[in-house]
Design a protein around this ligand. Structure first.
Ligand code: SAJ
Length: 477
């Protein structure tokens, strides 16, 4: 495979693993990063061989050190290095705003810089997740206008969209082991990109067109979001019908998976209902998909699209439902939510990690404030975020609270037992947003217990003779 000179724009979760793996495969790679307030420090860290990505990322720090030491990777904020490269990867962030519309400021800025230095025969690959139609209607016009070249090899420049599938904690693994999809404007661009990725991807690398690749990326996450919303809606039904959604899920998923008979394959894979859906992907990719439909669809359907967006609204409502469960439970304990003090366990959007992007805990806190409650947040991995002080000591967080609301299934919370809570809480109220606790254990100790999808709580046999009806502890001496 011939070695290429490659520039990767955007030194984040997507750009850094791609850049270091390409350098480790023998290419000459430069990482371009704006010297912004938030991320400019990464340039110096990277050039010192220090990994700017927090948390445990197997192999990433070692590969980064090696390629910097061997002079095959360096980082800069100087876009003029684009003058000498064969391939440019655009890996900048593409968030969505309050109205769920994509914010393309970084993508457009990068495209202008790339266009200025673009040469005949070079290749541009957009790896950032975008609304379908964006590469064609946003990136391509900027590149052509700035460079004066036409899209298409060999006379102009090559253009591809090839999405990433990284996940925090598995950045190197996912780049190497997950199939890579390459959407391209023409065959030559596709072949050039496939050859490049084959130097770092061990799984299949397959080609398609740009629109198909853009749709596939956003659908991949919209699919998971809808699956989670399905589980959440079934959980709400179970709460009302008086049954346990996790028992229902076990029975439903018990259908055999018989790939040998696809047409008759009854397989089911009901996901886990919970206190909400956070992260960098699922909360925004459905909106990118629908934005593509709204802006770039060649034709629209009379039937109003509602399944994917309905799933988004339901998943975003789950933290509010957690506060509904809390208010009901407090009422049973004779406590009004207004003026109550709540211990919120878990700020990260996903268990056992320090990633708080789009965390469902944020809307939960907002709803608690709206209903007049105060709160203490605990998280074992996060110290501070968006102005929220986060209590590192769990007993201090629990002390003197009227209730516990579990939002993230961190391993540490296995140590939250009725005995431990009895000595700390003012009233025995537990709301379980992630099916972490055994309701019976808490009910046996006189707690008022609610959980997402736990409609069978009142039917659980409580074995202790004496149960404190109100769930309110006598004032501690
Ligand atoms: N969640 C549920 N129920 C579930 C699964 C997840 O409520 O059954 C919640 C989680 O608590 C979290 C959110 O959804 O708040 C997202 O969880 P996630 O496991 O999907 O974590 P992500 O956002 O890191 O998902 C990424 C995505 N990968 C890419 O975008 C490339 C996602 O498409 C993958 O399916 C996921 O990793 C994975 O399974 O690897």
């Amino acid at each position: 495979m011939n070695k290429k000179r490659i520039a990767v724009i955007g030194m984040g979760y997507v750009g850094i693993p791609a850049a270091v793996l390409l350098a480790d495969a023998g290419h000459n790679v430069v990482g371009i990063q704006r010297r912004s307030q938030r991320s400019g420090w990464k340039i110096d860290w990277l050039n010192q061989g220090r990994c700017p990505v927090g948390g445990n990322e197997p192999e990433l720090p070692e590969i980064l050190q090696r390629v910097v030491r061997e002079g095959r990777f360096m980082a800069t904020d100087d876009y003029s290095v684009l003058r000498d490269v064969d391939v440019v990867l655009i890996d900048v962030q593409t968030p969505t705003d309050e109205a769920h519309a994509p914010i393309y400021e970084s993508l457009e800025e990068a495209s202008h810089h790339v266009g200025k230095y673009l040469r005949k025969g070079s290749l541009v690959i957009v790896e950032s997740t975008v609304a379908p139609g964006t590469t064609e209607h946003v990136v391509k016009p900027i590149l052509e206008q700035e460079s004066g070249l036409r899209t298409g090899l060999p006379d102009g420049f090559g253009l591809c969209f090839s999405y990433e599938r990284v996940m925090v904690g598995r950045l190197i693994h996912n780049v190497r082991e997950y199939p890579k999809i390459v959407g391209a404007v023409d065959d030559e661009s596709r072949n050039m990109a496939i050859e490049l990725y084959r130097s770092i991807v061990r799984a299949q690398v397959c080609g398609t067109d740009i629109m198909t690749a853009e749709v596939a990326k956003t659908v991949e996450n919209a699919y998971r979001d809808v699956q989670i919303a399905f589980a959440n809606e079934v959980a709400l039904l179970c709460e009302s019908l008086g049954t346990d959604v996790h028992e229902v899920r076990k029975l439903v998923n018990g259908l055999p998976n018989d790939p040998s008979a696809p047409h008759a394959n009854p397989v089911r894979n009901m996901h886990f209902p919970g206190a909400g859906v956070g992260g960098h992907c699922l909360p925004k990719d459905t909106w990118l998909l629908m934005h593509g439909y709204d802006r770039y669809a060649e034709s629209k359907h009379a039937y109003p699209m509602s399944v994917l967006t309905g799933a988004r609204y339901l998943n975003d409502w789950m933290p509010i439902h957690m506060v509904d469960l809390l208010e009901t439970a407090l009422g049973e304990a004779g406590v009004r939510i207004r003026g109550s003090r709540i211990c919120v366990l878990g700020y990260a959007f996903l268990e056992n990690c320090d990633d708080s992007r789009n965390t469902p805990t944020a809307p939960l806190l907002q709803e608690l404030r709206r209903r007049g409650a105060t709160y203490v947040i605990h998280d074992p991995f996060i110290k501070e975020d968006e102005g929220h002080q986060i209590e590192p000591d769990i007993d201090r967080a629990l002390n003197d609270c009227h209730a516990v609301v579990l939002m993230t299934k961190h391993q540490e919370y296995r140590s939250v037992t009725p005995e431990r809570l009895n000595g700390l809480l003012r009233s025995r109220v537990v709301i379980d947003g992630r099916n972490m606790f055994d309701p019976k254990e808490f009910l046996d100790h006189g707690f008022i217990f609610k959980g997402i999808g736990k409609g069978n709580i009142n039917k659980i046999k409580v074995c202790s003779r004496e149960t404190i009806q109100s769930g309110v502890l006598s004032p501690r001496s």
